[in-house]
Design a binder for this molecule. Structure first.
Ligand code: NDP
Ligand code: HSE
Length: 443
């Protein structure tokens, strides 16, 4: 006689693209191993996508099909719905709400949806006593949600930061290694399945911001506040900046970082995503290609580094199926746990940190006219804004237009002073384009 815990866990998958097909392949390839570890089989019983007849390289003929994916949430035989469609709202959200309302567990890789609606969905899951899991939503195959939710749960975290977008990391490291241009490497990242359906989410830093908002909520026991993430993408980074950074002993990476600092009126949460200069001896500097890495600093654990593939079918499927195995082990026992590090009602509502209130070293790049006095004008603005220059490079004419590149690194100082220096230079006829400001990641 089979007990409830040895019955297969029956799942429905919405979305049969890169990740959905990866999940089906993984469940098939590692079927016996997964059943042994989960204590029971995990069986796909129903699927949905846009086009039923599309060739996907996996056999779905024997599975129930729903044209309207929301209907998966109402199917009696389904225990858990796996949402692999994407998009913060629309059908993915409708399905997720329907699944939880229908008493199904929910597994999703959808960081946009969790960043925008994670608290609502978590409350619905807590209310229904069903699991909501989203390991694959942050850093693909790296178990960093589990790492922060469970592994560092005894710590007060001081800081969480890292590389959270595989597409940007692929582009920046390819540009660094091959000198290829931005557009060409973005097209490669799309062809390899790393990029979002709308790749502007990757290159403008929005995807990393979604992931950071989720990690910050877990790491600091705070309510998700995606709107407060200060976000700058990589579109302004030129091959010349990568070359200058290299000459100065740095690489450029898109860094997402969060910390909580005590300010005059209490603790505040800083969340930002920005391209940064990373010293070549920093543990994040060798992280290249679509690899992601997260550093978490706990008051007892010390510095932890999580690193691995942040995108792609296999690694992302690995995270999705790990969530399913957790559910298969615990669902019938009601041993579910809160989706975040604590029940939603107990998460702190931390106000965002004041803008410009920190100190840092900064890389500044100007493109300027090649004429006498330009360098003096820039350095005078630095002096007047109380910015101290550590090193400065002027690179010869970039092309026939007589434009030169001036790059400098400042000593550590208030962010507000850099902003003031740029204000002083605003509208200057000597500048041929907007300056680029990249912070230098502290050691
Ligand atoms: P894809 O674009 O490859 O696949 C999306 C799937 O959803 C397709 O099967 C598509 O159907 C289906 N779909 C899209 N819109 C609709 C709709 N309106 N109605 C019905 N079906 C729809 O996306 P990915 O597999 O790359 O991503 C899925 C999720 O995983 C996203 O949330 C993404 O952010 C996340 N993710 C992706 C990673 C990656 O490396 N790709 C890594 C980590 C997370 P059809 O095939 O018929 O067109
Ligand atoms: N587009 C995302 C990335 C996929 O490039 O990191 C993984 O979340």
């Amino acid at each position: 006689m089979s007990s409830p815990e040895t019955k297969p866990l029956r799942i429905a998958i919405a979305g049969l693209g890169t990740v959905g097909v990866g999940v089906m392949r993984l469940l098939e390839t590692n079927r016996d191993l997964i059943a042994a570890r989960a204590g029971r089989a995990i069986e796909v019983v129903a699927v949905s996508a846009r086009e039923r007849t599309k060739q996907r390289g996996v056999d779905i003929a024997a599975l129930a099909w729903e044209d309207d994916m929301t209907a998966l949430g109402a199917r009696d035989e389904v225990d858990v719905v796996v949402e692999l469609v994407g998009g913060s709202d629309g059908p993915a959200l409708a399905l997720s709400r329907a699944a939880l309302a229908g008493g199904k567990g929910l597994v999703t890789a959808n960081k946009a949806m969790i960043a925008h609606h994670g608290l609502e969905l978590a409350e619905a899951a807590e209310g229904a006593g069903v699991p909501l899991k989203f390991e694959a939503a942050v850093a693909g195959g790296i178990p960093v949600v589990k790492g922060l939710r469970e592994g560092t749960s005894a710590n007060a975290l001081t800081r969480v930061y890292g590389i959270l977008n595989g597409t940007c990391n692929y582009i920046l490291s390819e540009m660094e290694q091959t000198g290829a241009d931005f557009g060409e490497t973005l097209a490669e990242a799309q062809a390899l399945g790393y990029a979002e359906a709308d790749p502007t989410f990757d290159i403008e830093g929005v995807d990393a911001a979604h992931k950071l908002a989720i990690l910050a909520a877990i790491g600091f026991g705070a309510r998700i506040d995606f709107a407060a993430v200060h976000t700058v993408g990589i579109v302004q980074v030129r091959a010349a900046d990568i070359a200058q950074a290299d000459a100065l002993g740095f690489v450029i990476r898109l860094i997402a970082e969060a910390d909580v600092q005590e300010e005059a009126d209490g603790p505040r949460l800083l969340q930002r995503v920005r391209p940064c200069l990373v010293a070549k001896d920093h543990p994040l500097a060798p992280v290249d290609g679509p690899t992601n890495a997260v550093v978490a600093e706990g008051n007892f654990s010390g510095r932890l580094l999580f690193q691995g593939a942040g995108a792609g079918d296999g690694p992302t499927a690995s995270a999705v199926v790990a969530d399913l195995i957790d559910i298969a082990r615990s669902f019938e026992r009601g041993d579910i746990g809160a989706p975040f590090s604590m029940p939603v009602a107990q998460l702190a509502a931390l106000p965002p940190a004041q803008a410009g209130g920190r100190t840092e070293r900064t890389y500044l790049r100007f493109t300027v006219r090649d004429r006498p006095g330009v360098l003096a004008e820039i350095t005078a603005a630095m002096r007047d804004a109380d910015v101290s220059i550590e090193s400065l490079i002027q690179k010869g004419r970039m092309h026939d237009g007589g434009e030169v590149l001036v790059a400098m690194v400042t000593h550590e100082g208030p962010e507000a002073h850099i902003a003031r220096a740029l204000e002083l230079l605003e509208g200057s006829d000597s500048l041929t384009g907007d300056p680029l400001v990249l912070p230098i990641l502290p050691a």
